[in-house]
Design a protein around this ligand. Sequence first.
Ligand code: 5GP
Length: 144
Amino acid sequence: MNPYTIFSEIIAGQAPSSKVYEDEDVLAFMDIRPVTPGHVLVIPKAPARSLAELDPVMGGKLFQVGQRIAAGLRESEVGCDGVNFFLADGVTAGQEVFHVHLHVIPRTPGDGFGLRARPTTPPRADLDYLAGSIRGALSRIAER
Ligand code: 5GP
């Protein structure tokens, strides 16, 4: 599959972006449709369409840069009280651009941003059952 997206163009400098941070591996720039003022995207320069394709070392670096951006947002004129990280992996999760990206979303009271969810209260046995299933999957993945 073609890994090319608009983010590849931004990395190559062939599409405009408002950069906030760049190093040899990572680029951070303003989201063109911010959900709150100061909304930043952090992306790996090496194309990876999904978490499954993302080098875990690079995943760590995305998070590190996200932490720095969060600190910068708090000190900048954005002047936020809090920060949310958000990453959509897959269409069902809301991913629209298939180049992994970490959203760094500054928060202020009453900014209107939120996740819609209906938390449930399953019995412990259900939690234990799924925990076991996930542990099994992790073991199989580790053996590959
Ligand atoms: P997703 O839904 O895939 O998690 O988020 C994609 C994000 O990329 C959206 O927040 C969208 O506004 C942003 N985006 C899409 N195209 C561009 C673009 O050309 N430039 C910038 N700066 N952001 C973009």
